[in-house]
Design a protein around this ligand. Structure first.
Ligand code: TIU
Length: 229
């Protein structure tokens, strides 16, 4: 691949706390855990008493952004939170936390909860990966923990991440913090991130952009789509 021409392209994106200098050749769209168990009625998230509509409002904007990224050849990476069928990578603390009636590995309406290969663990049909888009299966909240994401990004020359996904304060925040410590610039897209808790949605984003962008930037997908197309 010849980077020399595309590397010079830099687009100024309106963001907080200040403008983001997007370099498409060095950027990747990172879509975190848009899985049926978190987003669909009858899934794990709803079984815990959560209102999945608060997450589902992210699907339309993320789908539009994904289409724009694919159209211009921007790198796209998906993640899924989940465990091996034998649960050998599931810490007992994670299994037992909250004393749930239904926990990871148990049978639910969409198969065994957060187990790789099960229906509920997979990515929602609206955002399903296509050939050439890596899918990172992660056992933790952060997408860098116990995965090859960092290697994949470094090998592809990626230094900037456009971050979407669920939930804002859990897997999105954890991943952005991990990325920040590894030297990546993260632009988190507020309309493409969702939380079951409106107050955590707001604070999860404010924590990223506070103190001059202590963990990164916050923007919106229409600005990225306009810049790419
Ligand atoms: N992907 C992700 O955020 N996993 C979670 O467990 N999120 C919750 O909000 N529970």
């Amino acid at each position: 691949m010849n980077h020399s021409e595309s590397e010079t392209i830099m687009i100024i994106i309106d963001a907080e706390p200040y403008e983001f200098h997007l370099e498409p050749a060095r950027a990747a769209l990172l879509i975190i855990d848009m899985q049926r168990d978190f987003l669909e009625p009858g899934g794990f998230g709803e079984s815990l008493g959560n209102d999945v509509s608060l997450l589902r409002r992210t699907i339309g904007p993320t789908k539009a952004l994904l289409a724009a990224a694919r159209a211009v050849g921007l790198k796209v990476i998906h993640t899924r939170e989940g465990h091996r069928p034998d649960l050998s990578d599931l810490p007992i603390a994670k299994k037992l936390r909250g004393n749930p009636t239904l926990s990871i590995g148990d049978k639910s309406a969409m198969g065994r909860i957060l187990v790789r290969g099960e229906i509920g663990h997979d990515i929602i049909p609206e955002l399903y990966p296509i050939a050439g888009e890596p899918v990172i299966d992660k056992p933790g909240k952060g997408a860098f923990y116990a995965t090859d994401l960092d290697t994949i990004l470094k090998n592809a020359g990626v230094t900037q991440l456009l971050v979407c996904g669920v939930t804002t304060e859990v897997c999105v925040n954890t991943t952005v913090r991990e990325a920040n410590d590894r030297g990546y610039d993260c632009l988190v897209l507020d309309d493409c991130c969702g939380s079951y808790f409106p107050e955590f949605q707001e604070m999860g984003l404010r924590m990223i952009k506070a103190q001059g962008g202590i963990f990164g930037w916050v923007g919106s997908s229409p600005a990225i789509i306009a810049a790419l197309t």
